[in-house]
Design a protein around this ligand. Structure first.
Ligand code: OFO
Length: 168
């Protein structure tokens, strides 16, 4: 049986992952408006990953005899000053999520909830990848932001890699 504290924290993290889904969709939509379809696709694939992250936690709560609580999801920002700013927002969000996952992992250890600890090992590794890919993309877009040609080349590259978020 899951403790009340762990249940609450897992539900909050599920909510944070649903918010991540919303944020990536908002960024995807921003890039669609700019006709940067490769960026838009990359962000949409990321959004799908976030949905999977949320559902994995949702099902874990159910399997442990808890009840998921579905709180309202806030509207994400939908406008940024430049493509680099939009990608920076994603990078900062991933850093924030890493902090949350680490705090959750600490709580699961303190509560001796081994099943949740094992599940969270996956999230800890996933966050290393999420931050690294967002960081790489941010540096690439910042590098070409003054060059429309460079931006279009990067966009084409991202369009070709839309099926995998593990690479940029
Ligand atoms: Fe769910 O990892 Fe990104 O936010």
């Amino acid at each position: 049986m899951i403790s009340k504290q762990v249940l609450k924290a897992l539900n909050e993290q599920t909510h944070a992952e649903f918010y991540s889904f919303y944020l990536y969709l908002a960024v995807s939509s921003y890039f669609t408006d700019l006709h940067l379809d490769g960026f838009a696709l990359w962000m949409e694939v990321q959004a799908q990953e976030e949905l999977a992250h949320a559902l994995k936690l949702f099902h874990h709560v159910q399997e442990r005899g808890g009840r998921p609580h579905l709180a309202a999801i806030a509207e994400p920002t939908s406008e940024w000053g430049s493509p680099a700013e939009a990608v920076q927002a994603v990078l900062e969000h991933e850093r924030h999520i890493t902090g949350r996952i680490n705090a959750l992992a600490n709580l699961a250890s303190e509560e001796k909830d081994h099943a949740t600890s094992v599940l969270l090992h996956w999230y800890v590794s996933e966050q290393v990848e999420e931050e690294a890919t967002a960081d790489r993309l941010y540096h690439q877009v910042a590098m070409v932001q003054e060059s429309p040609q460079g931006l279009l080349m990067l966009d084409r590259e991202l369009a070709g890699r839309g099926g995998s978020t593990a690479e940029v």
